[in-house]
Design a protein around this ligand. Structure first.
Ligand code: AQP
Length: 326
């Protein structure tokens, strides 16, 4: 039985329905069962090119979207990574017991470094160690993440084990809780995942109805259901979203229409638009209410950082003592 849950989201742009279905919904559920910490990981976000002038707004928007989508600051600890300096302090220590070879095999590092046009920085290479520090700092034993993060959680477990063997038992062995939701793909290119940093790929939780309509109507499909070929990725993505946002009867109706080749994608898209708009309406309303009281949001993040710091400082004191650093 886990005691503590930790997960994070990068302030790299507007929080979208992929983040919501793949992560935030599960977090909102877990927060009522376990002590939970949710972190806006700004130090992770600076490992790829970013706009300093937008960072504060992105952090604020991430907090607003997560709270509006169901994270409850009365129940969970919601905070910003850079407000708790112990994250980088522990990351430095963990660097000293992490083999370089392991980091160079990380899939996310290889993918992200391919996408960067200029030089790849050390921070991107070291990203998984900072993530390990995020988790171990709170001695979290459950980390709800997407499939793409499993490799990083395995590394975190190995780092924890190495620390425990070398310096004495300190960290629990965290395990990944994989999201059951299907991955939502980019609307403009359904071979890529929906991403904050891929403009036109995502529906933000705070997008107005007209924008949602525009994005869904523009989503890539094909010329129509065909008996010879499998469902194309764009159409499969529309069905994935339909299963998440529409009633089971509606889903069945469209699946039958697809199977009998009578489906018109414009009808499917119109239904999807209406159901996404309806599902996001309360989130959007809560988000605009929160955005109108920035001080309230800042207070939530300040209180969250204080609560997180109390745990983090205790762990660091223990780590330093075991390593002879005091
Ligand atoms: N398309 C997606 N479908 C389902 N789940 C998704 N997640 C992200 N995209 C999808 C889940 O959201 C959580 C937070 O993600 P993150 O901000 O840490 O980074 P990410 O996975 O890299 O998200 P983005 O939107 O693609 O951001 P950028 O563009 O900055 O890389 C994670 O649990 C993730 O699984």
């Amino acid at each position: 039985m886990p005691n503590r849950v930790f997960s994070g989201i990068q302030p790299t742009g507007l929080v979208h329905i992929g983040n919501y279905l793949g992560a935030i919904k599960a977090w909102a559920n877990l927060q009522h069962r376990f002590e939970s910490l949710f972190c806006i990981v700004d130090y992770h976000a600076i490992t790829v090119p970013f706009e300093p002038g937008l960072m504060q707004q992105n952090i604020f928007d991430a907090a607003v979207a997560n709270i509006a989508a169901g994270l409850d600051p009365e129940v969970a600890t919601i905070f910003v990574q850079s407000h708790v300096p112990e994250h980088t302090e522990l990351a430095w220590i963990l660097n000293t017991i992490t083999p370089m070879g392991r980091l160079s095999h990380m899939t996310q590092f290889k993918e992200k470094s391919r996408q960067i046009s200029g030089e790849v920085n050390v921070g991107l290479f070291d990203y998984p160690v900072l993530q390990a520090a995020d988790i171990l700092l709170y001695k979290a034993d459950l980390v709800p993440v997407g499939q793409d993060q499993v490799q990083h959680i395995e590394l975190t477990r190995d780092i924890a084990r190495k620390f425990n063997v070398t310096f004495g038992d300190t960290f629990p062995s965290p395990r990944a809780q994989l999201s059951k939701a299907a991955r939502i793909m980019a609307l403009g290119d359904p071979t890529k995942k929906m991403s904050k940093s891929l403009p036109g790929s995502y529906i933000a939780l705070t997008d107005p109805p007209e924008r949602i309509r525009e994005l869904v109507m523009r989503a890539v499909t094909d010329t129509g259901p065909s008996p010879e070929t499998d469902m194309t990725p764009g159409v499969a993505n529309l069905f994935t979203m339909l299963r998440e946002f529409s009633a089971p009867d509606t889903v069945r109706e469209y699946e039958d229409a697809y199977a009998s080749r009578t489906l018109r994608y414009s009808d499917l898209k119109n239904t999807l638009v209406e159901d996404i708009i309806a599902a996001l309406a309360p989130i959007r309303a809560r988000a605009s209410e929160l955005a109108a009281s920035p001080q309230r949001v800042h207070n939530i993040l300040r209180d969250g950082a204080e609560k997180a710091k109390a745990i983090a400082q205790k762990t660091m004191a223990e780590v330093k003592l075991k390593m002879g650093l005091v």
